[in-house]
Ligand binder design. Structure first.
Ligand code: NAD
Length: 495
């Protein structure tokens, strides 16, 4: 069956090109899918434009749109195991992690479903007699949605659900490496009753299939999740037609440990913070910033834990984390570690490709700890997006905050201490979109997610996540029309 979904029909790519999707854990062929070129994306944009302009979705009441999203959530739950397997095959991540991801996708749809008819307009009392003013929230229009490979369906749900809740139409372009769950989602949206043309799917490379979503004049908004360099490109391309832009980019996230923290919990979470999904998490706690008085013992325990992490494929019940997404990405991580060592970082564990024969066909990389790092080093500043932890030390609270903020990114961070006042002081001082206190990684669909500084523009989830997809409009009515008397009066009044 063809895999591009345009104007309510499954279609092949116009140029007939295809791409093989292979499981990064062992190289097995998962699927061969259509590879769109610009002309396919242009066709999808035209379909979304027509569907928006004739109001076939925006005229559906917000309550109905919410009910629709609930139906999608039900279907996602019904097919959860199939979706989780597809996600694991594309990404190589453990099946248990994929199951958590699908559950989170369902939560995102249900939360947004509940918001759909709470997007209330307001009456403005301007204090002017004889007039009525109101503000309404209308859909932005045609949305280009571009998503990455690390949490393919989850990142997609954070865009598709609010875009539809607000009455928009969209063209979705998932990562070319992980298209399978986007294909399933489109099937489920159709089954739930989405009218033709409202949701469209193109698959393929970013520069070819994705680029029109940021430069095409018929796209009103582009919402992008991915790397900083691509994000800058998307934003620059969108400037030509002054599109609304939402960007969820990378992070270089500090995990700050004070000596009075619950050390057992902090060690354990320092491992999860950075090595979950082999570090391929935008909010990964890849910078351990530990007080100098506990540095040696703390880092010893982290290194010990890192050495014990078992690598394996998605369906290996003993595996604790999986491979990197591709050979090219593993090469990048290896180059990052080599660069770190060249600039003086101390390798405490990992730093190579595992020698285990069973892993030979996958893109595995050892959990790696680099000690003796400082903020002037590239390895502390650049995102590796792999299983690599850098370690810095601090002497006092002010220095911890300074280090935690010494980054162009501002996505997430954590502080570990038993001193509640200090915890909240540090949380307030950190310039990051999410701060955890004595924890790492939890997020809720009710709470906004997104970045300060170069980690992005705008927010996903929460009420602000829906607000990205609306245009506020002010409608003013005079209840007693009268000449303004500004021009053509007998004599100009100059005060
Ligand atoms: P990427 O930037 O390489 O690709 C992201 C998407 O953009 C893909 O679909 C890709 O095909 C597309 N793309 C590439 N070039 C394009 C272009 N010129 N125009 C339009 N689209 C284009 O990122 P990735 O490697 O897939 O994902 C990893 C990055 O994503 C990391 O930096 C990570 O931190 C970030 N990320 C951020 C968040 C967040 O919530 N802030 C979440 C997940 C991932």
């Amino acid at each position: 069956m063809p895999e591009l979904f345009i104007d309510g029909e499954w279609q092949s790519a116009a140029q007939g090109q295809t791409r093989e999707i292979r499981c990064p854990a062992d190289g097995t062929l998962v699927d061969t899918v259509d590879e769109a070129t610009r002309e396919d994306t242009d066709r999808a944009i035209a379909a979304a434009r027509r569907a928006f302009d004739d109001g076939r979705w925006s005229s559906v009441s917000p309550t109905e749109r919410g009910r629709f999203l609930e139906r999608v959530a039900d279907l996602l739950e019904r097919d959860a195991e199939e979706i989780a397997r597809a996600e694991s095959l594309d990404t190589g991540k453990r099946i248990v992690e994929s199951r958590y991801d699908v559950a989170d996708v369902v939560r995102a749809f249900r939360y947004t479903a509940g918001l759909a008819d709470k997007n209330l307009g307001r009456i403005i009392d301007a204090g002017v007699d004889g007039s009525s003013s109101r503000v309404v929230y209308e859909p932005v229009g045609v949305c280009g949605l571009i998503t990455p490979w690390n949490y393919p369906l989850l990142q997609t749900s954070w865009k598709v659900a609010p875009a539809l809740a607000a009455g928009n139409t969209f063209v979705l372009k998932p990562s070319e490496l992980t298209p399978s769950t986007a294909i399933i989602l489109m099937r489920l949206l159709t089954e739930a009753g989405l009218p033709a043309g409202v949701g469209n799917l193109v698959l393929g490379a970013g520069a070819e299939a994705g680029a029109p979503l940021s430069d095409h004049p018929d796209v009103d908004m582009v919402s992008f999740t991915g790397g900083l360099v691509t994000g800058r490109r998307v934003m620059a391309a969108a400037a030509a037609t002054v599109k609304k832009v939402a960007l969820e980019l990378g992070g270089k996230n500090p995990n700050i440990i004070f000596p009075d923290a619950d050390i057992d919990a902090a060690v354990d979470n320092a491992l999860t913070a950075v090595f979950l999904h082999s570090g391929q998490v935008c909010s990964a706690g890849a910078r351990l910033i530990v007080h100098e008085s506990i540095h040696d013992s703390f880092v010893d325990r982290v290194v010990e834990g890192a050495r014990r992490i078992r690598l394996g494929g998605p369906f290996d019940p003993m595996a604790e984390t999986g491979p990197l997404i591709s050979a090219a990405h593993r090469d990048k991580v290896a180059a990052y570690v080599a660069g770190a060592l060249a600039e003086g970082a101390v390798l405490r564990c990992g730093g190579g490709i595992p020698t285990d024969h069973a892993l030979a066909n996958g893109f595995f990389y050892e959990p790696t700890v680099l000690d003796g790092c400082t903020t002037d080093m590239t390895c502390v500043q650049d995102e590796s997006f792999g299983p690599v932890l850098t370690v810095e030390t601090f002497a006092d609270e002010a220095e911890a905050v300074r280090l935690g903020n010494d980054t162009i990114y501002g996505l997430a961070g954590a502080v570990w201490t038993s001193d509640s006042a200090r915890a909240h002081r540090v949380a307030s001082a950190l310039r990051h979109g999410t701060v955890w206190i004595n924890d790492y990684h939890p997020y809720q669909p009710q709470a906004e997610w997104g970045g300060f500084k170069q980690s992005g523009v705008g927010r996903e989830l929460g009420v602000a996540g829906l607000a990205e997809y609306v245009e506020p409009k002010h409608i003013h009515e005079s209840l007693a029309p009268a000449p303004s008397g500004w021009f053509g009066s007998e004599e100009a009044s100059n005060g």
